[in-house]
Design a protein around this ligand. Structure first.
Ligand code: 5GP
Ligand code: ZN
Length: 139
């Protein structure tokens, strides 16, 4: 399903032209127009999913295969020192375009890209309790 007035539905399905790095039946991979670094790419499913919460298993399974393929190509192209593959779900997590997309971001030693957090501290009991709570909600 596509969503009216969704910019990434339009780009992924060719309604708005954008040079593709990769395209198949289910995905288009484009370059980010506000890149964190040269070569910053976005994997867009052609179907509309607001975020990972509404994505079906088949698409979720395929998306990382595409991301890995493109990451290898970006690495070869730019000889970067590393690559982040990440995606944001909901505003609190930094999502600004509400059509699922996966970022592939080339990284260089001492670059200014900021993908990080301050590590917290937990006990073994807290880890076990947290794991059990999440496990109950798997489906
Ligand atoms: P988010 O913050 O939702 O994880 O990432 C959205 C990304 O989409 C941003 O990095 C932003 O630069 C990029 N973006 C927003 N609009 C467009 C667009 O029209 N074309 C392209 N290629 N990238 C876009
Ligand atoms: Zn969309």
């Amino acid at each position: 399903m596509k969503k009216d007035d969704c910019i990434f539905c339009k780009i992924a399905n060719g309604v708005i032209p954008s040079p593709a790095i990769y395209e198949d039946e289910d995905f288009k991979v484009i370059l980010d127009r506000g890149p964190a670094a040269k070569g910053h790419a976005l994997v867009l499913p052609k179907e509309h999913f607001d975020n990972v919460f509404s994505m079906d298993d088949a698409t979720a399974g395929k998306v990382f295969v595409v991301a890995a393929k493109v990451a290898r190509a970006i690495n070869k192209t730019f000889g970067c020192d590393g690559i982040n593959i990440l995606q944001n779900n909901n505003e609190a997590a930094g999502q600004t375009v509400f059509h699922f997309h996966m970022h592939i971001i080339p990284r260089y030693k001492n670059d200014t890209v900021n993908v990080g957090w301050i590590p917290g501290e937990v006990t073994d009991e807290q880890v076990a309790e947290c794991a059990e709570a999440i496990r109950k909600n798997l489906n």
